[in-house]
Design a protein around this ligand. Structure first.
Ligand SMILES: CC(C)(COP(=O)(O)OP(=O)(O)OC[C@H]1O[C@@H](n2cnc3c(N)ncnc32)[C@H](O)[C@@H]1OP(=O)(O)O)[C@@H](O)C(=O)NCCC(=O)NCCS
Length: 147
């Protein structure tokens, strides 16, 4: 499967901004416009577009702190037209490879529970709930050293 993580550039930023989740998923993830705006004020933000071949299909953003070896998946989305094709799983595997290469031992994220939640998606990738709840979002973690 030809999925890759590509840099967001002047040339492709409009395509990234046009990527949207389904209306019923909108409360689970911020728009890419909001994520890119936040990233421009956060020195530890790391983000990539998700490509399938030449087509941009999604967006991923993390909070990376190289000293503390922290890797927090801040945003992760596949455009509604491209979901359910295995692109999300592959893109997350690539993101985890990237983290592993950077020496990260633990990846964390928080997920909104509910009917259209990505909770099962993250579980299927090996993330486990920590039991912590942060503003209604469930914390999950993946031990990269063990996976
Ligand atoms: C969650 C999301 C990223 C998954 O991407 P995707 O490309 O559709 O997922 P894939 O096709 O790679 O599916 C991977 C696996 O997760 C499962 N899965 C995907 N989305 C799921 C969902 N919402 N609920 C339950 N399981 C899901 C699939 O069944 C598949 O399982 P399998 O490999 O055992 O067959 C995507 O649906 C999305 O962008 N959702 C809206 C935004 C969102 O909620 N982001 C997370 C914010 S924390």
């Amino acid at each position: 499967m030809d999925v890759s993580l590509v840099e967001v550039t002047r040339e492709n930023v409009d395509d990234v901004l046009a990527l949207e989740v389904a209306p019923e998923q909108a409360s689970y993830v911020a728009t890419n416009a909001k994520s890119l705006a936040q990233a421009s004020f956060e020195p530890h933000a790391w983000f990539r577009a998700i490509a399938a071949g030449d087509v941009l299909v999604g967006f991923a953003m993390a909070y990376r702190d190289s000293d503390a070896r922290q890797f927090y998946v801040w945003r992760f989305m596949l455009d509604a037209r491209f979901q359910g094709r295995g692109y999300g799983r592959r893109a997350m595997e690539l993101l985890l490879d990237e983290a592993r290469r950077a020496g990260v031992e633990e990846v964390t994220l928080s997920v909104v529970p509910g009917e259209h939640s990505a909770l099962a998606f993250y579980r299927s990738l090996g993330f486990e709930e920590t039991g912590d709840v942060d503003e209604g979002e469930l914390r999950m973690r993946l031990d990269l050293a063990a996976s």
